[in-house]
Design a protein around this ligand. Sequence first.
Ligand code: SF4
Length: 852
Amino acid sequence: MAEGRSRLTRRAFLTLSALAAVEAACRPSLSLFRPSDEILDPFQYYPSRDWERLYRDLYRYDSTFHFLCAPNDTHNCLLKAYVKNNVIVRIGPSFGYGRATDLYGNAASARWDPRCCNKGLALLRRIYGPRRCRQPMVRRGFKEWVERGFPRDAAGRPPRELFQRGKDEWVQVSWEEAFDLAARALLNIAKTYTGEHGARLLRAQGYDEAMIEAMKGSGTQTLKFRGGMPLLGTVRIMALYRLANALALLDAKLRNVGPDQALGGRGWDSYSWHTDLPPGHPMVTGQQTVEFDLCDAENARMVICWGMNWISTKMPDAHWLTEARLKGTKIVAVTVEYSSTCSKADEVVIIRPGTDAALALGIAHVLIKEKLYDEEFVKCFTDLPLLVRMDTLGHLKASDIIPNYRPAPLQNNVKIVKPGEDAPPPIRQEAQYISEELRQEWGDFTVWDAKAGKPAVVTRDEVGEHFKRKGVDPALEGEFEVQLVDGRRVRVRPVFDLIKQYVFDTFDPDSVSKLTWAPKEAILNLAREIARFRGSTLVAVGMGPNHFFNNDLKDRAIFLVCALTRNVGVHGGNIGSYAGNYRSALFNGNPQFIAENPFDIELDPTKPARTKSYYKMESAHYFNYGDRPLRIGNKLFTGKTHLPTPTKVMWFANSNSILGNIKWHYDVVVNTLPKVEMIVVQDWWWTASCEYADVVFPVDSWAEFKYPDMTASVTNPFLQVFPRTGLPRLHNTRSDIEVCAGVSRRLAELTGDRRFADYWKFVEEGKVEVYLQRILNASTTTRGYRIEELEAKAKEGIPALILTRTYPKIMGWEHTNESKPWYTKTGRLEYYRPEPEFIEYGEAIPVYREPV
Ligand code: SF4
C-alpha cells in the first residue's frame, strides 16, 4: 500500500494548497455571475449606503419661499428659494406662471413655465455676495462739511478739499445719523440757492442763464431725484419722486409762498436719457412706444429681430421665438454683428451701424416700385394720402380752401375739454381727451378725391372703416392745383407722393446696398417677404440704434415699412421697441402715490389721495452733457418746457447707470460732479456709483423684502408683486421706501413741519399696502385687484394677468381693428411732420442721415 501511494512532496503540497486557496477565493465571485432567483432588488443587499447621506444632504432643505427677481431686464420672474439652516442653498423657477389668471378667469398657459434664466438661478451669489452694502456709509469729507456748518466760498462753492470723491475715506454711521446728515444737506442746499441771492451764486458759478431762470427762484429745483428704473418698484423706487414732491413744503417755507406757487424737486427720467425711448414712435403714433408681448411670435409668419438680440437679452421669452420657428415662422435678423439670435435665424442681414433708416427706405422703395404695398391700409389708417402745400410745406387744411370753415365736431373715441375744465383722472377716461384750444389749432385735413377730381375734407374721426364709409378715393400720387380762400392758387401733393419721389431718387437697392453694406438681394428679398407676410410680420426693434442722433428717422422709416404692409396693431403683425420703463404707464394711477398733495395729505387708509404734482420731470441728458442745455453759439436748442436747472443734489436708487456706468463717464466725474454738493445712493450692491457718492444707504435685496411692492413688464402680460419674505435681513439694511420715510421724518424735526412725517405715515406703520391699493384702484389695467390677494398668490409663486385689452397685449390693436384714431393730430399714423423745426432741418418726411 505504501508503495502504491504517490509520494506527496513539500513542493507538491504547497502547489496544491495554493490552487485550493484560489479555487476557494474564486468560488463566491464566480457565483455572482450565476442568475439569482431569490434577490429581486439588488439595492436591498447593497452594503452600507450611509455615505450617500452626505451627498443627498447637499440638496435637502428646511423650507422654501418665493421672491421676485426684477432687474432692469424687463422680464420679472417669481423664483423659489430653497432654505437650509436659514441660508438660501439654491434657487429655482416657481412653476406658477401657468396658474396665473385675471379677474375674469382668463388663464395663462403652462407654456410660460419654467420662467427664469441662469442669472436668476445664480442670484444667491449676489444676495450673499461680498459687495453687499451692509450699513449706512458717509464720505468723511462730506460729513465734515455738514458738521462744520456747510462752509462755502464767495460763489457758494463748498471747499474743494472736502469733496475728494472716489479718493476719500468712508465712515460707518447709524441710520439716524445718516438721515440727519442727508436731511440737513437738503435744507442747506435748497436755502442757499433760493431767491435772487441763490441766482447770483449760480451765475458766479457759470450756469447758463436759461437754467437759472427755469428755477423760478426756488432752491428746491436744484434737488434731483431718480427712481431708477421706476417700473421696477411702484412704491419703493417711485418713493424718490414722492420725496421730490414733498419738497414743495420746503420751498413754501423758504420762499414764504403758498401751495399755489410752491415748487418741489426735480425727477430725472429713466427712459429718454437711457435712449430707451424710440423717438420716432411718438412722432408717428402719438404713443410713447408701440410694442407687443413677445409671446405674440406665436401668431406671426415672419419675425424680424431688427437690432435686437432676442435670444440673449429676452432670456425667459427666448423660447417663444424658437418655438415659433419650429412651427414654421420665418426668423430674420437685421444686425450689425453675428449674435445668438443670428444662429436661430433663417436669414441674417448684416448692416453698417446706424444705417437702419437707409435699409428701411430701401425696402420702402421696393414695396412702392413693385406695388407690393397695402393700398387700403395706407389710405384708411395713415396720413400718406393727406395733401401738403408746396408753398408753405404745411398741410392743406380745410380752412385753407373753404371760407369760414369751422372744424367738424369730433365723436370717434374722443372728448373735447372746454376751457376751464379738467380731464378726469385716467381711471375715468374712456376716450382720448383733447383741449378745445388744440382742436381748433389742428383743424381738419384734406385729400385729393380721385373720383371727384377735387380736394375732400378729412376729419380726425375719419380713420379705418369710418373713412371707407365716406366714399372718397384719395389719390396717393400726383401734383394738383387748388384755390385758396384768398383766391391764390397753390400746388399740393399727397405725402405718399413726396416720400415716393425721395425713395425713388435716392434709395434704389444698389445705392442702399452701398450705404448699408447689405447685399442687394437681401434688400429685395426682405421687402418681398414682408409684403408676402402682410399683416403677419412682427418687427422687434432693439434700442442700440437709439444711441445715434438719427434715431427718430430709423423709427419713422421702419414704421413706414410696417404701415405699407399692414403690419401695425395686428396679432402677429406689429412693430415693437423694448426697453421697459415707459410702461410705468401700466400703473397710470401711480400719481396717487408719487403726486399726493403734500399740503393736503389723506391719512385715512380707506380713502384715495388728493393729488397735485409739485415735482417736475427733467431729462438726465442735460446733466450728462455737462449740466447745461443744448446751446450752440447764440442759439438755444432746448425748448422752454425741457429746460434743466442746475444740479446740486443727485439722489438715486436701484441703478448704477446715472453715475457708475454713465456715458461720457470721465467727463462727468472730472468736470460735472464737482459742481454737485450731495450725491445719495440707495443700493444693495456696492457699485461704482457708491464709490463716487457722499451718502450710501444700504437696502434690502429682493429676497429680503419686508415691504411688498409691484411691477409689470412690456414683454409679458403679468402683474407681479414682490412678496414679503421670511428671510432675515443679512445686513443692517432697510427698504428703499424706509430710507425716504426716514429722511422725511428728520426733515419734519428740522423744519417743525409735521407734514413731512405724515406724508409717509403708512410706511412708518408698516402698512405700505395702503399706497399700493390706492395705485391699483386708480390704474386702468389693475382696478379690481386687491393687494393682499396678489401678495398671497405671489408668495406661492403665482402672478396675475394684467388687464390690458388683448392677451397677448399688442399696442395699436384698437386703432387697426376698431378704427379708433391714433393719438395724433390727424388721428392717423403720421409720416409727415409739418412743425417748423422738422421743415427747417429737412426732416418733414422720414429721411436718412449718417449717424453721429
Ligand atoms: S430673466 Fe431676468 S427676471 Fe427672470 S430670472 Fe433671469 S434675471 Fe431674473
